[in-house]
Design a protein around this ligand. Structure first.
Ligand code: PMP
Length: 946
């Protein structure tokens, strides 16, 4: 498995793992593929994907195997290229006979062989162009001949338009006209051909066929190698047909033909064909299982007549018996000139593709230049012939069986749709190719299902559920991920059909019940519960944010995976480990839907519609990305959300939790349309407020304080504001590179601030550390600070002359918290790390970090510690977030960083706010704004009560 990821499909392997499709099959027989479970036991998987349509006889059909054994024993040639290849001829002859009969036509076909569907389609496309080229060469020669009449020195009359197109000056000579005409006509003849294809078309993934495939992801990156393809919707097709001859003018091209008229030479238009072919699948498989409507079929046949172009029927998936016929277009009524077969034609064993070309459309010579090493090999041709003969044996018994089994599917799937019209949009198909289209789940009551809709992965998730939960293998259509495609073998038993329908009906019920947990559970290794619990939300009120005065957005992420069960209650059936596995597995696609907005009002009556834009990764995952300096992807995800928020009309976006850290406090965000803030400033302000409130009865100038995370953006401002007021301060930093240097810078800054205050003679109001420093500075001889920046010079002076005292201690040892009575936590850690036993008796801890630096569990045995979760704000009108996304918040509460975002929207603040490093002045400003709108520090609660 690992080597598959390493050497074959690095990203796809992750995608398969995310939905539980990462199985390795070691055996295949009939309707089953076999893999092994964790105990090495063989597990049969009912295969309804059927090799994307290649295994109409099931896997390793014994009917073909016996023949193959003989061929091997007989040592038939495989590689006898450039000789008379009898099996190819026999197969061609048989296909010719059957095609003529099925399409009720007389003319014979010529057959070109290849190995795969796309290769065969490329051969067909080349063949049409070969024929068109021959026609254009002939036309070119005819034109050269006709142009000779210009040698007769006759008068040539040109219209204004003609002169312009031929780029001729006024009164050109006849020779000039002849030259210009020849150049113009050659240019027209050399113009690129156009291939007409249909919306939802799939014709393969090779260079040309990918360009004829409608799904943008297959062809967009090839646009610079582009061939001209026009994809027609049913409406466009009808419009061209309606236009009649005018469609010819638009889609085809023309030359200027000189003609004699009343003794003068005039130029008339001669049309020629630039539409090389019209490509059609009678049932569009990869595009979402769309059978052509009768209107489309009529339109296609009519357009062929109007344009004079050949129709290529791509029967790679629908042909060779899949729809009960050799070619499904015969049944649909398509008047094709080319039929392309592959997939099932190989009997489930060999790679073969073949292009049947009506003789009138075939130009000899193509057979000389077209070949491939593996095309026409005796072995594949024999197997294909055996397969075809088998289909038609006993008066087409197997083909009849295809139709009968197909009808069984049709009835049962349509019944299911009738039972679940809210879940199944449509059931489409014919014979043994069926598509079940699911309704969009973007407005499901399950937030996980909403995100699955955003990611366009519903069909994949359902396939994973059916595989892991019911041991049934299906897959969505490549270009329509809401459509489950079913292509079983003709030998599928009724009991197996019923088993599939029952499993699918459980999925339908789970979707109806907004029970995403039920759908993903088996992929996480969980047994399916016997009941599909109903998680639809009773209240259906749609949040209407049109009446809010302002809009603010906030990017957040999961604290840890277990919070998912709050966000989507259907996940409560999963264990914490299973939820973690889910988050990790699905992290290769991080697209989410913004959470429905909450309305937050100011006391002055104005309101903000506040929308969360979540990233489904945990703090721990982000932390590990940080450790590996692997931030590009997460930053991109943040940029995407910031852009979405701007697009949705938000005026400010807050970067919550770790998103502020990984964007370097907002600085990496690529944006110029919306104001950005990390919300750090109000967080600090509210933290300080909480701390001061809790110490109203104490003289803080006599108390020691520690700031954990003292080198960081938030810790630094805490230290600057609080440090000078307390008796002594310890800054504790991480072991990260540069931590000590940064803490020293903080220390110097504080000394400098104190010095500046000292110089302005405001020391009279100083207390605590500031006063102690100033007292020392007053004793200092003049000139003692020369030679260094002032903060550093003070530090140097204090170290030399007052080394018996501690002013600001710099440490990387968390145990140093034991020196202080008050601890402020501002570290970014994905888990709690502060050793509770080192905290002084009766200590006060202000922990605003989320996740907390200090664990609630550890605090159970230390009721003496007063813990302040100061980052929480009370909303003025008791407005709250949706209970599903509140995390540690209670009703009427918001985090300070969110509040800052909302305040900036209320103030219609211009420009970024908490962006990069924040300052002590900003703290005062935002606290004043909070006060104005009556957002207050939430009541300080006791230990862990939040
Ligand atoms: N045409 C159609 C209609 C197909 O369904 C497919 C395969 N899904 C192809 C072409 C390409 O066939 P292959 O994958 O063998 O190249």
């Amino acid at each position: 498995m690992e080597s598959y990821a390493a050497f074959c499909k690095p990203l796809l392997t992750r995608a398969l793992a995310s939905i539980g499709l990462n199985k390795a099959y070691h055996r295949a027989s009939g309707n089953f593929l076999y893999c092994k479970d964790e105990n090495g036991q063989e597990v049969p998987i009912l295969d309804l994907l059927g090799g994307y349509g290649a295994t109409l006889l099931g896997h390793n059909s014994p009917l073909i195997r016996e023949k193959i054994k003989c061929y091997l024993d007989e040592e038939i040639p495989v590689h006898n290229q450039f000789s008379i290849r009898k099996p190819a001829a026999m197969l061609a002859e048989r296909l010719n006979e059957l095609l003529k009969e099925e399409t009720a036509t007389n003319g014979d076909f010529v057959f070109c062989f290849a190995s795969t569907g796309a290769e065969s389609m490329e051969v067909a496309l080349k063949s049409v162009e070969f024929t068109r080229n021959a026609q254009l060469l002939a036309l070119g020669q005819e034109m050269a001949q006709v142009a000779n009449i210009l040698d007769n020195e006759a008068e040539v009359v040109l219209t204004q338009e003609q002169r312009q197109q031929l780029k001729l000056e006024k009164d050109p000579t006849v020779q000039e006209i002849k030259l210009a005409l020849s150049a113009f006509n050659q240019f027209q003849l050399d113009s690129k051909p156009t291939f007409l294809a249909l919306e939802h078309a799939f014709h393969g993934k090779m260079m040309v066929t990918a360009n004829c495939t409608h799904g943008a992801m297959y062809r967009d990156y090839l646009k610079r190698l582009k061939i001209n393809t026009l994809f027609l919707s049913p409406a466009q097709l009808a419009e061209f047909v309606e236009m009649g001859e005018k469609a010819n003018d638009i889609l085809n091209s023309w030359l200027w033909l000189p003609q004699e008229e009343n003794g003068q030479i005039v130029l008339t238009k001669k049309a020629f064909r630039t539409v090389a072919a019209l490509l059609v699948e009678p049932i569009q498989g990869e595009g979402g299982v769309y059978p052509l409507s009768t209107e489309q079929v009529t339109g296609i046949n009519r357009l062929k007549q109007i344009l004079g172009c050949p129709i290529i029927a791509d029967e790679v998936q629908t042909g060779s018996g899949r729809c009960g016929f050799l070619v499904a277009s015969s049944d649909a009524g398509i008047d094709a000139d080319y039929y392309v077969l592959s997939k099932a034609l190989g009997g489930g064993y060999v790679k073969i593709g073949v292009v049947a070309i009506r003789q009138k459309s075939f130009t000899p010579g193509f057979d000389v230049i077209q070949s491939s090493t593996f095309g026409e090999d005796d072995f594949s041709c024999r197997v294909a012939l055996d397969y075809i003969n088998l289909l038609y044996a006993d008066q087409r018994k197997l083909l009849t069986q295809v139709t009968q089994l197909g009808n069984e599917f049709k009835t049962r799937l349509e019944d299911l749709k009738e039972q679940y019209p809210d879940v199944i949009q449509e059931v489409r198909g014919k014979g043994l190719i069926w598509g079940v289209e699911f309704c969009d789940v973007i407005n499901s009551d399950s937030y996980i299902l909403q995100n699955i809709a955003v990611q366009g992965s519903l069909g994949y998730v359902i396939s994973g559920h059916l595989l892991c939960g019911s041991h049934i293998r299906v897959a969505p259509s490549g270009s329509a991920a809401n459509v489950i495609r079913v292509e079983p073998s003709v030998f599928l038993e009724l009991s197996q059909v019923i088993r599939f329908i029952e499993a699918l009906s459980r999925v339908c019920l789970a979707i109806r019940h907004a029970n995403a947990g039920f759908i993903v559970a088996p992929v996480l290794g969980k047994q399916l519960p016997s009941v599909v619990a109903d998680y639809r939300r009773r209240e259906t009120e749609q949040e209407d944010d049109s009446t809010a005065d302002y809009k603010a957005a906030f990017v957040n992420h999961l604290i840890s995976a277990d919070w998912l069960k709050e966000v989507d209650p259907s996940f409560s059936l999963l264990s914490d480990e299973e939820m973690t596995l889910f988050v990790e597995n699905t992290s290769f696609n991080l697209a989410t839907k913004p959470f429905k907005p909450a309305r937050i009002r100011s006391a002055n009556g104005q309101s903000v519609s506040f929308t969360l834009y979540p990233i489904p990764v945990t703090s721990k995952m982000i932390k590990s990305a940080l450790a590996q300096n692997d931030l590009e992807r997460l930053r991109h995800e943040i940029d995407v959300r910031v852009a979405q928020a701007a697009q949705a009309g938000n005026t400010v976006v807050g970067l919550g939790m770790f998103t502020s850290i990984i964007t370097n406090n907002g600085k990496s965000v690529k944006n110029n349309q919306i104001n950005v803030t990390t919300g750090n400033t109000l967080t600090v302000g509210m933290g300080i407020e909480a701390l001061k409130n809790s110490m109203l009865n104490r003289d803080i100038s006599q108390v020691r304080i520690t700031v954990i995370g003292g080198a960081g953006n938030i810790g630094r401002v805490y230290a600057e504001i609080l440090g000078p007021q307390f008796l002594e301060m310890t800054l504790i930093g991480s072991h990260n590179h540069g931590s000590v240097r940064k803490m020293n810078e903080v220390k110097y800054q504080i000394y400098q601030n104190i010095y500046e205050q000292f110089m302005t003679n405001s020391q009279s109001v100083m207390r605590g550390l500031a006063k102690r420093v100033v007292d020392c500075l007053s004793l200092m001889p003049s000139g003692a600070l020369a030679g260094k920046p002032v903060g550093e010079a003070i530090d140097h002076y204090l170290n030399q002359h007052h080394s018996d005292q501690v002013f600001i201690r710099i440490s990387q040892n968390i145990s140093d918290i034991e020196h202080s009575d008050v601890i402020v936590c501002a570290a970014n850690a994905s888990e709690a790390f502060i050793p509770v036993d080192k905290i002084k008796r009766g200590g006060i801890v202000c922990d605003i970090s989320v996740p907390h630096n200090l664990s609630d569990n550890d605090l159970i045995n230390r009721p003496d510690i007063q813990i302040l979760r100061g980052g929480i704000v009370q909303t003025p009108c008791h407005d709250s977030l949706d209970p599903r996304v509140r995390a540690y918040l209670g009703e009427g509460q918001l985090y300070a960083c969110m509040t800052e975002t909302i305040l900036l929207a209320l103030e219609q603040h211009k420009g970024n706010f908490s962006y990069g490093n924040i300052s002590a002045k900003q703290v005062l400003d935002i606290m004043a704004i909070a006060k104005k709108h009556h957002f207050t520090l939430s009541e300080i609660k006791g230990n862990s009560s939040l």
